[in-house]
Design a protein around this ligand. Structure first.
Ligand code: EPU
Length: 420
């Protein structure tokens, strides 16, 4: 297990190339199960989660090869229809293979993801939709076992807009018989990216990015050919927070600023200065950010995946900010760690009240989940002295070469083996 050692306090300056989006790459890789042949996907980030998805597909008999930021997947022979517990327990997004398997092969055995550090995160809505499309679903020894003939189009309403639920059912509907309507669907850019990829395979999908998606099933899809995954909006926004907290000056290239409008508006109000083009941005941090409130919401609202990093920024802001988490019930695990660095934060239910302090101090802290880890890196880059962030494998699940990217823009950061 690795740890990161960061000596904070320097304004970070320079250019950062943004990687492909983890949360778009994962469903697009799962979509390779929908048709037979050789699929090629570009702009794939080299991340632990992406490698886990590769292992899940390999375990089913597909041939997966990563090379130079691309992945090629041969889905001509699928011999096993299972996503085993050992892999699913390390990545909940493994559940994205469920619907493609049932839609194309009429069966799947996928380990039910357990609870997660940030909340219970059930998959009842994925299962409800699949049942409505005609699948029979049973729970056996902790596995979801689904069987079906050809799935049939259905009208499906989500009580809560679910990102992977929308993606899973969109994939099922793409090769189901008849038309499927997904209502109160998630509108995230990653949902749109998957829809665009499916359309490039021959799917008939209207309305992705809106709350109502209509999918007219087709008999067969073509393999994915050279589809480029969108840039990672959460990585982009994390580097914006880093410019903001260190008073830095960063140019982020190969990003899609339009995907993080809510963040940019909020951070402009907090005193950060942006120069934006269609696919890049320059962001300068202020001497001290101004405290602003935030409430996490489904897209296009303020993303829950940025709540922790924004809280680090607010921890040194001028004034008090109130940050409400409405998506996950336990996504404040970073708070106790930020407090160890001198932050003044109080939690009551889903609300954190952050009183900005003038300085943070380096400390030993523990990463608890992916975005919490990122928030500790953001804070450590500002903190005086040395911080050690333990259990950094969480960070490696979702940020491509974060330490190298930071070193290039002037951070004092090293990675060591953690004997603790
Ligand atoms: N929910 C249910 N039932 C379901 C599905 C979801 O009650 O069947 C609830 C969840 O418990 C949560 C809410 O609905 O309260 C929204 O969850 P959603 O299903 O949208 O989350 P997800 O699809 O499991 C994706 C991202 C997460 C991100 C959330 C919210 C992927 C692979 N993961 O998760 O990303 O936080 O959407 O935007 O796309 C991350 O990258 O760090 C991460 C956790």
């Amino acid at each position: 297990m690795d740890k990161l050692i960061i000596r904070g306090g320097l304004p970070l300056k320079g250019e950062v190339a943004i990687s492909g989006a983890k949360n778009a790459a994962l469903p697009i890789m799962a979509a390779s199960l929908l048709s037979s042949g050789v699929h090629t996907i570009r702009h794939i980030p080299k991340l632990r989660d992406v490698i886990t998805m590769g292992k899940i597909l390999t375990n089913m008999g597909l041939n997966v090869a990563f090379e130079n930021g691309n992945v090629s997947i041969n889905s001509s022979s699928v011999s096993n229809f299972e996503a085993p517990y050992d892999l699913v327990k390390t990545m909940r997004a493994s559940v994205l293979v469920l619907c493609p398997l049932v839609a194309r092969f009429g069966r799947a055995r996928v380990s039910l993801p357990g609870g997660c550090a940030i909340g219970a995160r059930p998959i009842n809505l994925h299962l409800m939709g699949l049942e409505k499309m005609g699948a029979k679903i049973e729970l056996e020894e902790g596995y979801v076992v689904a069987t079906a003939g050809r799935l049939k189009g259905a009208s499906i309403y989500f009580d809560i807009p679910t990102v992977t639920g929308t993606e899973n059912l969109m994939m099922a509907a793409a090769i189901a018989q008849g038309t499927t309507i997904l209502e109160n669907a998630a509108r995230e850019p990653e949902v749109i990216d998957l829809a665009n990829c499916l359309i490039s395979m021959g799917a008939k999908i209207k309305g992705a990015g809106e709350s109502l998606i209509e999918i007219e099933g087709v008999d067969e899809l073509k393999p994915i050919r050279d589809y480029p995954v969108i840039p990672d909006r959460i990585e982009t926004a994390t580097f914006i927070s880093i410019a903001g907290i260190t008073g830095g000056d960063l140019t982020l290239t190969g990003c899609r600023p339009a995907h993080i409008d809510a963040m940019i508006m909020k951070l402009r109000d907090a005193g950060l200065v942006f120069e934006i083009t269609e696919d890049s941005m320059r962001v300068k941090g202020p001497d001290r950010p101004i405290a602003k409130d935030a409430k996490t919401q489904p897209y296009p609202g303020f993303p829950t995946d940025m709540q922790a990093q924004f809280m680090s920024l607010m921890s040194i802001a001028d004034g008090t900010s109130v940050i409400k988490e409405t998506i996950f019930e336990n996504r404040f695990m970073h708070v106790a760690e930020l407090k160890r660095m001198g932050a003044d934060i109080m939690i009551e239910g889903g609300t954190a009240t952050v009183k900005g302090v003038r300085r943070l101090k380096g400390a030993h802290v523990m990463a608890t989940d992916l975005r919490a880890s990122a928030s500790l890196v953001v804070a450590a880059l500002k903190a005086e002295g040395e911080s050690t962030i333990h259990r950094i494998y969480h960070l490696d699940r979702g940020y491509e070469q974060m330490d190298e990217k930071l070193r290039k823009i002037g951070a004092q950061i090293s990675r060591e083996k953690d004997s603790a």
